[in-house]
Ligand binder design. Sequence first.
Ligand SMILES: NC(=O)C1=CN([C@@H]2O[C@H](COP(=O)(O)OP(=O)(O)OC[C@H]3O[C@@H](n4cnc5c(N)ncnc54)[C@H](OP(=O)(O)O)[C@@H]3O)[C@@H](O)[C@H]2O)C=CC1
Ligand SMILES: CC(=O)N[C@@H](CCC(=O)OP(=O)(O)O)C(=O)O
Length: 313
Amino acid sequence: MKPKVYIDGKDGTTGLQIYDRLAARDDIGLLLIDEAKRKDPGERKRLMAEADIVFLCLPDAAAVEAVALAEGSGARMIDASTAHRTAPGWVYGFPELRPGQREAIAGARYVANPGCHATGFISIVAPLVQAGLLSADADLCCFSLTGYSGGGKKMIAQYEAAEKAESLYSPGLYGLTQAHKHLPEMQKLCGLKKPPVFTPIVDDYYKGMAATVPLHRSQLTGEATLHQVWQALADHYAGEKLVHVAPEGSADAGSKLYGNARAGDNGLTLVAAGNDERFTITALFDNLGKGASGAAVQNMNIMLGFEETAGLL
Ligand SMILES: NC(=O)C1=CN([C@@H]2O[C@H](COP(=O)(O)OP(=O)(O)OC[C@H]3O[C@@H](n4cnc5c(N)ncnc54)[C@H](OP(=O)(O)O)[C@@H]3O)[C@@H](O)[C@H]2O)C=CC1
Ligand SMILES: CC(=O)N[C@@H](CCC(=O)OP(=O)(O)O)C(=O)O
């Protein structure tokens, strides 16, 4: 019997992208809700009870309600919202995080899919903390560029309006009070004693992210070199199919890194750049790929025992 999969919130930005990645697969059965009933709690509950895996692609409050709706059923859940990312009983859905994380996801009932900006930050900082190059009480910063689809249907409508505000033609910095919703997961999953100073920036392009952590050499344990940082990342991600480290020295004086470099695919590329004293590590990926829907499908594949990259490469 094929596993049955239900996407709650299928008509949203993340839900549609999950649907696109699953629609052509013949190794799962997709349960589809009647369009007119897509917000009907009774009908959603019925489909969740039939499903082996439920994706939640909903605002946070609706995701919490959906978990309650599925109570008592055997459905395993992958929540794309921020609601459960640091909650007890939920496994964080970044398989490349550390040894054992993949196995934890494989056996989990509840998997919290990472936030898009958090994916970039964690992919850079967690390996460096684990390798002992950054201490748990490091003072870190991060700036992270995203396309406007990161804000879901509402933000897409603002950016695509026929007469949009002049300001939306230029990059917009936000999260200025240092209370962005991804900060708790960034801190917890990296094992940091304090969150970074975080500057998310949304710009006038549809999708794609460039999340950067700038580092002075003096911030690194034993004043580690750029080569050591690159090597620690390369070692951590050796053998991974979706996360790659660009060759050492690949960013030179003439290089530019673009926010949409990996738009449209499910992988993430780390680029280490700089000089003898000051470095940047940048994660390039798609907010709707490894930053949301691609990651959610990767987690589903792991939970169901499929090839991890099925439908993703
Ligand atoms: N966009 C992105 O890049 C990322 C998004 N996420 C997270 O994924 C989740 C979904 O975001 P996104 O897809 O962008 O948001 P959207 O606003 O594009 O989609 C949300 C969908 O949920 C539906 N919905 C809202 N309330 C309910 C309900 N009670 N029952 C059933 N359906 C409901 C909405 O219906 P309607 O169409 O009527 O509005 C909409 O279709 C959010 O928690 C978001 O933070 C995570 C990572 C990246
Ligand atoms: C452009 C924009 O507003 N982006 C959203 C992040 C989208 C996302 O990934 O948020 P969750 O994964 O936590 O749902 C934001 O920064 O709040």
